[in-house]
Design a protein around this ligand. Structure first.
Ligand code: NIG
Ligand code: FE
Length: 415
């Protein structure tokens, strides 16, 4: 099946030789072809170029993209979209003056979601999660990472990961699974943390590893959650089962989580709202991608990651949503890109590089996704008629997506 998209106002993120990461000054460069065509064969990008070079119009399907921008679909490398119910009451409590940490201390927060999830059947959890996945694809996401971490006992953690597996099987975009049993200490283990850590390392990780339910292992390394030493042991145990670290660090406090991630060759270190100079320094020339989650900062009213400082010091940066019921009940990557520009001082070019090429790296799909390159999967977004790609962050509240192709096919939901 040959698809030809013609008259594209701007074809964005075109890379003949796609880099696996983009860092520092290079993040300001976003390759674009104006008045372009894009040629798709079956699942794959087969060619592109300027309309003036297009001679052969033969195709099974012709899409006229006059006035529209075409981009690689977003690569959202950090989400928690498998969860049960919502926590809108905590949102109201925060408006009335309680902090995120105070709500967590009262048994709200992650523990509240864990209780809901344990009480929800696997089928119902799948249904809710699939609806969220379809929602984000319709908003232009073409690759997604999903974490466990709202189960907090072996059965419920495995249930979450099985739901992620069902999503992987039912949908054509890449869905990467991350085991996050160390998301919070369950209430019952409040006075015996060691017992919960033992369950994670002796029960959960071996089960996840043996059943091959995840590619990555995550820990919420933060005051009141898991210490650097605890996270160190958990990551070590995970690595022994082939799980690659990708960790939550520096959301509220800088306690050495970035250093720990670098030590374990983490694929990414995520959140980074609070960054000391040494945290930036240690990330230089490593395999670890820093990932910022600006819609979490927006929703919680906490600082934004110091993107300017990180990029200006030569680091790469990825952007992701953190879609979850507590700190970021939104999976809209367009809003993430806009917020990165509006609140973090990133240019549209930097933000789009961060949400595509660098996002793909942060979830291990660089070879197949994240850029318009021959041989990569045709996961692309076609916008409504807009003047230029810069309009996407500029018109931050508007719905600008016309259609999303996943493996070359127009995405239509199943739910
Ligand atoms: O990434 N920081 C830890 N975990 C989530 C929030 C979890 C929740 O509040 O449910 C996050 O922001
Ligand atoms: Fe998160």
């Amino acid at each position: 099946m040959k698809t030809l998209i013609t008259n594209i106002r701007q074809l964005v993120q075109v890379r003949d030789k796609p880099p696996s990461t983009i860092a520092g000054k290079a993040m300001k460069i976003l390759p674009v072809i104006a008045d372009a065509f894009l040629h798709i064969e079956d699942d794959y990008i087969a060619g592109y170029g300027s309309m003036s070079d297009l001679t052969d119009y033969r195709a099974d399907r012709l899409i006229d993209a006059s006035g529209r921008v075409v981009l690689p679909a977003w690569c959202d490398s950090h989400t928690h979209i498998v969860y049960a119910g919502n926590r809108e009451q905590e949102f109201v409590d925060r408006i009335n003056g309680l902090s995120y940490e105070e709500i967590a201390a009262r048994g709200g927060g992650i523990l509240n979601s864990a209780k809901k999830l344990q009480e929800t059947s696997e089928d119902e959890l799948y249904r809710q999660s699939a609806a969220r996945l379809e929602e984000v694809i319709a908003m232009g996401t073409g690759a997604v990472e999903i974490k466990s971490g709202y189960g907090l006992d072996t059965d419920a953690e495995l249930k979450m990961l099985r739901v992620i597996r069902r999503l992987q099987q039912a949908y054509e975009l890449p869905v990467k699974a991350t085991f996050l049993g160390a998301h919070a200490i369950p209430y019952a283990y409040k006075n015996d943390r060691k017992a919960y850590l033992d369950i994670i390392m002796e029960e959960m990780i071996p089960a996840v590893g043996e059943q091959q339910l995840a590619s990555y292992i995550d820990v919420f390394c933060e005051q009141e959650y898991f210490t650097v030493e605890e996270a160190d042991s958990i990551l070590k145990a995970g690595r022994a089962f082939g799980l690659i670290p990708k960790i939550h660090v520096n959301q509220f406090h800088a306690i050495g989580g970035v250093q720990l991630g670098v030590k374990h060759h983490a694929r990414s270190v995520d959140h980074l709202e609070v960054m000391r100079d040494e945290d930036i320094e240690v990330l230089k020339n490593t395999v670890t991608m820093p990932v910022a989650l600006p819609s979490c900062s927006f929703f919680l009213g906490i600082p934004y990651s110091p993107a300017r400082k990180m990029i200006d010091s030569g680091l790469p940066l990825a952007l992701a949503t953190d879609y979850n019921p507590g700190s970021t009940p939104s999976g809209n990557m367009n809003f993430v890109v806009a917020t990165a520009c509006i609140k973090m001082g990133m240019t549209p070019e930097e933000a789009i590089n961060a949400a595509t090429v660098n996002g793909a790296y942060a979830m291990g799909v660089s070879d197949t996704h994240g850029s318009i390159s021959v041989g990569k999967k045709a996961n692309i977004t076609i916008t409504k008629k807009i003047p230029a790609y810069t309009y996407i962050p500029y018109a931050f509240g508007s719905q600008l997506i016309d259609s999303v192709l996943i493996n070359g096919k127009k995405f239509v939901g199943q739910q």
